[in-house]
Design a protein around this ligand. Structure first.
Ligand code: ADP
Ligand code: MG
Length: 265
């Protein structure tokens, strides 16, 4: 049997578990036998140069990209595979749909539905994917719009909001599915500098007050220092170095990490 199809020793210990995952685009190997784990409730930041595979990790988790080799487990269940008669086989669409419910993602570009109100943006998936009634979904929208400080904007359209407000709606929309894991891909990179803070404080509050597992890609190093339990430095589809922020940021072991961090001084 191919080693890569063996489940990890105890996938139950980590809520996210990449085991020797390879991802290629044509001839380019984007993830190079990546081993990566995130514990339940852990807040992990991924940093690294452009093109190092950071977004690919998140997109694979959201099942927006497939993998070429290896096995991923999320919440103890295989992500790109499912177990049939004890063996791992490629996942059915139904299995993938179930797995997606574990995770919510916030993108650099907010990707709101432009023709829908804020409330409708937040209620759409709970109604259509989870089968909530409109009333239940509206109640849920109120809860999460309050959490991101936008209770008074529910009837507006995305184009009537600032970028920072739109990104906070995107966060509320992801939270309204009540995922166990939140993925953030450079959530403030598309924002004017004066709007970055309001989005980071919402994410920081989430990190501090909720037992969500969080995986964040960001170039906001001060923010990463404040919210992360662990920082992973990616380069060329591999983890070069990882550890608590005070170690990786203050005394990185690897020269490549030091060189990269120089750009943010
Ligand atoms: P990062 O988020 O760290 O900047 P990405 O994960 O987006 O990096 O991309 C890693 C590499 O994969 C880059 O070389 C990028 O050009 C390539 N890549 C990403 N998506 C695609 C795609 N859909 N088709 C071809 N190449 C891609
Ligand atoms: Mg990226």
């Amino acid at each position: 049997m191919n080693d890569a199809t063996q489940p990890p020793a105890d996938p139950g210990q980590a809520i996210i578990h990449f085991d020797k995952v390879v991802k290629r685009f044509g001839d380019v190997t984007v993830l190079d036998s990546l081993d990566f784990e995130v514990a339940k409730g852990e807040k992990v930041t991924i940093i690294g140069p452009s093109g190092s595979g950071k977004s690919t990790v998140l997109r694979i988790l959201m099942t927006l990209e497939t993998i070429d080799e290896g096995v991923i487990h999320v919440a103890g269940k295989p992500l790109w595979h499912e177990r049939r008669n004890g063996a791992l086989v490629p996942a059915s669409e139904e299995h993938l749909r179930e797995m997606r419910k574990e995770m919510g993602m916030v993108f650099q570009q907010f990707n709101l539905f432009p023709h829908m109100t804020v409330r409708r943006n937040v209620t759409e998936a709970p109604v259509h994917v989870l089968g909530l009634s409109r009333a239940e979904a509206n109640e849920r929208a109120e809860e999460y719009l309050a959490l991101v400080g936008l209770s008074d904007q529910a009837d507006k359209f995305p184009s009537q909001l600032s970028g920072g407000q739109q990104q906070r709606v995107a966060i509320a929309r992801a939270l309204a599915m009540r995922p166990n894991i939140m993925l953030f891909d450079e959530p403030t990179s598309a924002l004017d500098p004066e709007l970055v803070g309001e989005v980071l404080s919402v994410i920081q509050r989430l990190a501090e007050e909720h037992d969500l597992t969080m995986l964040l890609v960001t170039h906001e190093m001060q923010f990463a220092k404040r919210v992360s339990d662990r920082v992973c430095f990616f380069d060329k589809g591999r983890i070069v170095e990882q550890g608590p922020p005070e170690q990786v940021f203050v005394e990185p072991h690897e020269e490549r990490t030091r060189d990269f961090l120089q750009n943010f001084l």
